[in-house]
Design a protein around this ligand. Sequence first.
Ligand SMILES: C[S@@+](CC[C@H](N)C(=O)[O-])C[C@H]1O[C@@H](n2cnc3c(N)ncnc32)[C@H](O)[C@@H]1O
Length: 303
Amino acid sequence: MIRFYDIIKSVLRLVLENMAGLKTRKLYTEYKKRLIKTWNEIAPRYHRRWAKDGVGPFKSTDEIIKLAQIRHGDTVLDVACGTGAVTKKILSKIGPQGRVVGIDSSQTAIYIAKNYVKNRSADFIIADAECIHFNEKFDKVTCQYALFFFPDSQKVLRNIKRCMKNNGTLALAVHGNGNTVPFFSSIVDVVTKFIPDYLPKGAPSLDRFGTIQELKREAAKAGFSNIKIMQYQYKYSPGTFAEYWKNYLRYLATPLKQKICELEKKDLKQMKEEIRTKTLPFTKKDGRIVFPWKVLILVAKKP
Ligand SMILES: C[S@@+](CC[C@H](N)C(=O)[O-])C[C@H]1O[C@@H](n2cnc3c(N)ncnc32)[C@H](O)[C@@H]1O
């Protein structure tokens, strides 16, 4: 009798676990669809404002290339290549015998990357990093500012590992956490207080790999070895507070902008005041804000 109940209990637990798994998967899928839409909208602005000229934290692009030790003739995979900022620099290292493949889930980003990079040694593919599969194995893999976007980051890291040669190198950059990247947190911490559903359900926390311990743990869990993490301290000035706020709205995806526009006038005013207060420690005498911006770059091997 007891065994019968035990069996029923185990079956029920399995059913419930499966249902929870399905629910999470559904949230992930919805989040990924929204992310593709967002990047299709903002990729041109992102390319102009940050990626093309290596502005502020994007100075990390040169560091990633150095740390990955990319050599003549290497085959390199650039995961979530976006508009091709890293891919283009990889090309200058691999020479005509090498090859680089950039993958990204946004078709607009890939379109820009193709036009920006324009080189016979580079191929671009629209693909979800969770699902890529290649017959060849790559010497090096790069991934700049994307790991935190993947809802199932473990699945992506394991997939990346499968795409690499044994002893191949992964070089990956992420932003620091909220405290160390006030450019993001000054606004988002306050906005989410006024608009609790500002970041939609199912969206992973974007600073969850923003410390050495968190990033190291994630890479080790996926089976990478020889993990080293370097920290960089960059600076970025978004101008005065008025310019910071104006550009935040200008570069924002439509659904988030709508939520801010729907706020009552008095709430919007109070919200802006709270954001302004957060920026004061970084505001210079001439009114310009200069934010510090921490970046972590991980280098690891496929054992
Ligand atoms: C901040 S951008 C970084 C782009 C590029 N690596 C760079 O440094 O300029 C993040 C990129 O991740 C891409 N992305 C997000 N989730 C993805 C996924 N599941 N598979 C592939 N690309 C993804 C977005 O489309 C976007 O282009």
